[in-house]
Design a protein around this ligand. Structure first.
Ligand code: ZN
Ligand code: ZN
Ligand code: ZN
Length: 198
């Protein structure tokens, strides 16, 4: 690396960018440098700096409202709304924060049912397995009875079928809610549609 050193950089400053020379393969040192700067870029990327996770199970940055990508910016200007974590498209229509996490990159699952089959649960599980911190956002309540979530009364993610009939969906829908166990069982039994708010 020293042979490419720019005299303007102080010796204790950041390393200079290696200059590719035509026909000369990169040295191990240069390759290592590219790898490191790529990793540094990734850890500083917007997706990891906004810690908020939506009830749909995906990062704020996946939603048109907060995305910095060209395509999503275009859609936002047209008044269109999507949630796009990685290559899949999620039908979520409105960002609703429920978690704050250390690393949002594990929140890319697809909802395949309620509770542990929901994208939010899957993402949180993977995050915990990776040793990353996750915390509930303030003011999380059961989506139906509005009782505040706590350790005594956890809330579970569900995707609901469209109103007015509602009910638990086995696929991703735009209607995601966190429900306490009592409310969840009532929706499952068909006593509630899941869209109620008491
Ligand atoms: Zn969402
Ligand atoms: Zn989503
Ligand atoms: Zn409830």
């Amino acid at each position: 690396m020293t042979e490419f050193a720019d005299p303007l950089w102080p010796h204790d400053g950041p390393p200079p960018v290696p200059i590719p020379r035509p026909g000369v393969p990169f040295t191990e040192e240069e390759l290592e440098y590219f790898k490191r700067s790529d990793e540094a870029h990734k850890t500083q990327s917007p997706s990891t700096r906004d810690p908020r996770i939506c009830v749909c199970g995906h990062p704020a940055r996946a939603h048109t409202d907060f995305s910095l990508s060209e395509t999503q910016r275009g859609l936002r200007e047209m008044g269109r709304y999507i949630c796009q974590p990685s290559r899949q498209i999620c039908p979520c229509k409105a960002f609703h924060e429920v978690l704050r996490v250390e690393d949002t990159r594990t929140f890319r699952f697809q909802t395949k049912g309620p509770l542990n089959a929901h994208a939010l649960f899957q993402g949180a599980k993977r995050s915990a397995e990776n040793g990353h911190e996750i915390e509930w956002s303030e003011g999380v309540v059961c989506g139906i009875c509005a009782r505040p979530r706590d350790t005594e009364m956890p809330v579970y993610p569900v995707a609901l079928k469209a109103p007015p009939n509602g009910g638990i969906s086995q696929r991703a829908t735009p209607f995601n809610r966190l429900l306490c166990w009592a409310c969840y069982t009532r929706v499952l039994a068909g006593e509630l549609t899941g869209h109620e708010r008491f």
